[in-house]
Structures are given as C-alpha cells and as structure tokens.
Design a protein around this ligand. Structure first.
Ligand code: HEC
Length: 168
C-alpha cells in the first residue's frame, strides 16, 4: 500500500509539482477512508435500532464469555477452573436471552439477521435451545473436560449462524 502510494506520488509530483500538496492531502484522506471503512461498517454504534443493538449485545456477551474458554482449550492461557465456571455462567445467561431478544423482527440496515428467523421461528428456537444445552453440558472442572465439551458448544453457535445469520 505504502510503496504503491509513494510511487504514484512521485510520478504525479515530478510532472505537476503544484499538485503535490493538494493532491497529497486528497490521496491521504482517501486511503484513510479505505482503511477505516471495513471497521466502520462493523461499528455497533452505527446500528440505530435499540432492539437490534440489544440482540447484538447479547451475542457479543456470548462471544466474550466463550473467548477465555477457547483460549484455555487452545493453551493460549492457563486453565483456571474459577474463570471457566464463571465464563460458562455468563455464556448460559447470554444464550438464555436469545429467544426474547429475537422474538420481534426488528430491522436495521447493519443487521445480519436473516428474515428466515421469523419464518422458521420453531427451528430458530430449537437452535437456541441446543446452544443452551451445550453450555450446560460444558465441563469446567478440568482442562480435559473442557476440551471434550467445548467443540459441541462452538458448533451450536455456528449451526445457528449458518442458517440464520447472513455473512457479515
Ligand atoms: C439461535 C441462533 C444463534 C445462536 C445459538 C448463536 N447466535 Fe450469534 N447470532 C445470531 C444471529 C441471527 C446474529 C445476527 C444478529 C444481527 O445482526 O442482527 C448473530 C450475531 C452474532 C455476533 C455478531 C454480533 C454483532 O455485533 O454484530 C456474534 C459475535 C455472535 N453472534 C456470537 C455468537 C456466539 C459466540 C454464539 C455461541 C456461544 C452464538 N452467537 C450463538 C444467531 C445465533
């Protein structure tokens, strides 16, 4: 990116020195926008519907609760029984909220929720239920138990996303 920028920059600059500063500023601003855009599109603050914000917050809580468990399983952080247990509790709490957070078909241009949620509500509820069950079955007493039970949990998240979440 940067080498490309300096090459075209010198090229323009050598022929039209007066363009250098004005054009330079435009190019810099444009590059900044390009870099910032993907992050902005994901930016939760841009979502305006409070119902959509709430359901996204529920999902992000699930993600935040899951992260340390995945890190423990992968050996990125040391296994810690107390932390594993409280993560599971937070995860269960977030997953329990799914049906009521999604019951109404709130819409927002930045939402990735598929309309199928409200066409196939029974299936959606079943996916939420099996995620809750997977969270309950998580074994947090030792690393081995976690290793055996966490994949089912992650699969339960993905199974619902595959059907009901449009690719971000
Ligand atoms: C029953 C279905 C279902 C289950 C189970 C589920 N999700 Fe989601 N998730 C969704 C849907 C639908 C969306 C899109 C919501 C939207 O954009 O309005 C979503 C969005 C997300 C997002 C993005 C939130 C944002 O800010 O845009 C994250 C992160 C996420 N889920 C994590 C998880 C994790 C982690 C699990 C498992 C512990 C999980 N989800 C389980 C349906 C589900």
């Amino acid at each position: 990116m940067f080498s490309f920028r300096s090459i075209s920059w010198n090229h323009v600059g050598s022929r039209e020195p007066w363009l250098r500063s004005a054009r330079g500023k435009t190019v810099a601003a444009w590059l900044l926008l390009l870099i910032a855009l993907p992050a902005m599109a994901q930016d939760q603050e841009k979502v305006e519907h409070p119902g959509v914000l709430k359901r996204m917050a529920t999902m992000n809580m699930a993600k935040a609760a899951l992260a340390p468990l995945v890190d423990m399983m992968a050996g990125r952080i040391l296994f810690d029984e107390t932390r594993a247990r409280s993560s599971r509790r937070a995860l269960t709490r977030a997953l329990r909220d799914i049906p009521r957070r999604f019951r109404k078909p709130h819409e927002d241009p930045l939402s990735n929720a598929s309309d199928d949620i409200w066409v196939y509500w029974e299936t959606f509820s079943l996916r939420a239920k099996s995620a809750r069950q997977a969270a309950r079955r998580l074994r947090t007493g030792n690393l081995n138990g976690l290793r055996q039970t966490l994949p089912e949990m992650v699969n339960a998240c993905l199974a619902c996303h595959d059907t009901f979440r449009k690719p971000p």
